[in-house]
Design a protein around this ligand. Structure first.
Ligand code: 6R9
Length: 654
């Protein structure tokens, strides 16, 4: 295909990075070839990155039609052992596992060694046991970005409980839905969180969520000391309950295919899905992607700015770094509090070597000017990473030039909640970088682009350039195994659009140099500041309001957030639009989902454009929201073509 826009010029590999890399271009070719032609040998070798109680003899064991995914199925291991215990046993107990940087710059920084982390995790695990939590139980974790959040996750992994972390920015309604969906009897939360100088009422949100669903117990960590309600018999302070627990707690032997965690993520239809990951494959995947993806060396300080409520926090704040014996930095705050230099201050203060953040943060900080960056000593940085959404070349260059001073690699990493860890990236030191492109497939990953009918346009094995819908044709150890409690939905969502292939929901281009560039979602999912949002979820929240008849939500390009949320709303007969109603609707979405889902624009319209069969024509709504009125396409199938002029006029007015 020759009609694709030209790729960005390649940026050469910095000499330092090339000199130290674990994986040169030549090694990459060799290992990648082995990983796809002889995956059993390759993944048996990689599985040695973790300790096994019983070494697996079966490696790959999957089919995509019917959909059944297993890796290392006769292996037995424990992820907490691999993330914590074994480093202490190997004599690295004094090494710092977690650096905690609080929300406020004058707050108390903490350095937690692997030995101290082990003691904390054992105490936590024994407290969970004391409460009655057993192997296989689902435990909901609703925490701020404090070390206790990671400790709670590790404690669950240690005793074989399945954690379901709910992002601290989600609303009581969202917590309620997630507790109910996975039948979780246990909740772990903090009294309050702190973000950007504001308190987040975590326990109060849990109380509200629990008005409509019962749990056996709530374990509360004292963080801010704020005034909260404790319900007799149900709520327990962690400090009190853990005071007399023992200091031994063996790691539960887990089968490789036992569930490890559930993480809810948005899709194009219905409620968020509980994506389920299992112990063995996820452990190996996060251990190896962290090692190669960040070219990690012991002693380096790694900072992933994601919240543990997202998959990036699971895989690259907690499990990937800790399995590699790394020092992982947990930051409670936000990039622009108290000022726009907070990230750079933290990098300087803790001598961060690897920074892994999201394009939305990069764009927001870029806008504030270079002075905020250049006043700090950022010489400790040796690698910069990006994740969560496509990074525009302009932001890439700023990150590379102003933050990295042009001397360190910038890697873009494409992956998803469902993939467990990094899937496509430019291995640092191995390959030249292409601003805006994720890069090349990680070991074992076989990407393919298909057209709308499912015809293969290009795949890694055949080479060549094309643009299409991104599928992965072969399983990898970190792949999600199912949607909790609904395997049919798993099959429907990911394997039925293109039968026998995992469909990612993303559009993508591959160029003749073999660089894969994600172009964005091709389904009804929008990506707001790197957070996935189903348009259907926002619509359901809006129509719950008794004055709303109908709602249609689409994404539109947003300078900072990547995409913003644009909601078209029709009101019930006799109701007039007003500012007060606008405020109520915004609040409605915040209550149902959380502040991150608040629409940027609410556009009242007397009707939505529909086909004669009654289908909302989202294509037209999307174009209008994008201010792209020239290419609305065929509007003749609309039941009422005159409606479009009114919608355009409404868009121009805002
Ligand atoms: C890890 C994570 C997944 C969706 C994914 C895609 C987008 C993530 C990206 C990227 C372009 C990147 N996405 N990383 N798009 N370049 N480097 O973000 O998981 O929250 O499940 O989101 O995010 O659209 O499909 P998750």
């Amino acid at each position: 295909m020759t009609d694709l826009p030209p790729s960005e010029p390649l940026v050469p590999v910095p000499a330092d990075a090339a000199a130290r890399t674990h994986c040169t271009a030549v090694e990459y070719e060799k290992l990648y070839a082995q990983s796809v032609t002889d995956p059993d040998t390759f993944w048996a070798e990689q599985s040695k990155r973790v300790d096994w109680i019983k070494t697996p003899t079966k490696i790959a064991g999957w089919t995509f039609d019917p959909v059944e995914i297993k890796w290392y199925e006769d292996g037995v291991l424990n992820l907490c052992h691999n993330a914590v215990d074994r480093h202490v046993a190997a004599g690295h107990g004094d090494r710092i596992a977690i650096i905690f940087e609080p929300d406020a710059p004058n707050g108390e920084t903490r350095h937690i060694s692997y030995a101290a982390l082990l003691a904390d995790v054992i105490r936590f695990a024994n407290t969970l046991k004391k409460m009655g939590v057993q192997k296989g139980d689902r435990v909901t974790i609703y925490m701020p970005m404090i070390p206790e959040g990671a400790v709670a996750m590790l404690a669950c992994a240690r005793i074989g409980a399945v954690h379901s972390v709910v992002f601290g920015g989600f609303s009581p309604e969202a917590i309620h839905g997630r507790i109910e969906d996975c039948g979780s009897d246990w909740v772990i939360c903090a009294d309050e969180g702190l973000r950007g100088g504001k308190t987040v009422p975590l326990k109060a949100n849990v109380d509200k969520a629990l008005e409509r669903v019962d749990v056996k117990a709530v374990l509360v960590i004292a963080h801010t000391g704020g005034d909260i309600m404790m319900k007799e018999g149900r709520d327990h302070w962690y400090d009190a309950l853990s005071a007399d627990v023992g200091d031994e707690c063996p790691c539960e032997p887990m089968n490789a295919e036992d569930p490890l965690f559930i993480l809810y993520t948005s899709g194009s239809t219905g409620k968020p899905k509980g994506v389920l990951h299992t112990v063995g494959g996820y452990s190996v995947w996060t251990a190896s992607t962290f090692y190669y993806g960040f070219d990690y060396r012991p002693g380096e300080i790694f900072w992933c700015t994601a919240d543990i409520g997202w998959v990036t926090g699971h895989s690259y704040v907690v499990y990937g770094p800790l399995q590699n014996g790394a020092t992982t930095l947990m930051f409670e705050g936000v990039p622009n509090y108290p000022d726009h230099d907070r990230f750079w201050q933290v990098v300087d203060k803790h001598r961060v070597n690897i920074l892994y953040t999201a394009p939305t943060a990069i764009r927001a900080l870029m806008r504030e000017g270079d002075d905020y960056v250049t006043r700090y000593d950022l010489s400790s940085i040796r690698l910069l990473g990006s994740v969560g959404e496509p990074i525009n070349p302009e932001a890439w260059r700023w990150y590379h030039q102003i933050v990295g001073k042009g001397r360190v690699p910038v890697i873009d990493t494409w992956w998803q909640t469902e993939t467990g860890g990094i899937m496509i990236t430019t291995l640092p030191g191995a390959h030249p970088m292409q601003p805006g492109s994720a890069g090349k497939p990680f070991f074992g990953i076989r990407p393919e682009l298909v057209d709308a009918e499912g015809k293969t346009l290009v795949c890694e094995q055949t080479g060549g350039a094309a643009e299409g819908n991104l599928c992965i044709t072969h399983s990898w150890p970190g792949q999600a195994r199912t949607v909790y409690g609904d395997h049919d939905r798993f099959i429907q969502t990911y394997f039925s659009t293109y039968r026998g292939k995992y469909f990612t929901g993303d559009g993508c281009r591959r160029d003749t140099d073999g660089y894969w560039r994600i172009t964005g979602r091709v389904d009804d999912v929008i990506n707001v500041s790197g957070h996935r949002m189903g348009t259907a979820e926002v619509e359901s929240a809006l129509v719950l309001h008794d004055k709303v008849a109908e709602a249609a939500v689409v994404g539109f390009p947003h300078d900072i957030k990547g995409q913003g949320i644009y909601a078209y709303v029709t009101l019930n007969a006799g109701i007039e639009p007003s500012d007060a109603l606008l405020a109520e609707l915004r609040q409605q979405v915040r209550t149902e989902i959380g502040p991150i889902a608040t629409p940027d624009h609410i556009h009242f319209t007397p009707a939505l454009p529909k086909t004669r069969s009654g289908k909302i024509m989202r294509r037209i709504l999307r174009k209008i929201a994008e201010n792209d009125f020239g290419s609305l396409g065929d509007t003749s199938t609309l039941a009422d073509p005159t409606l479009v002029d009114g919608l355009i006029a409404g868009r121009k007015n805002r």
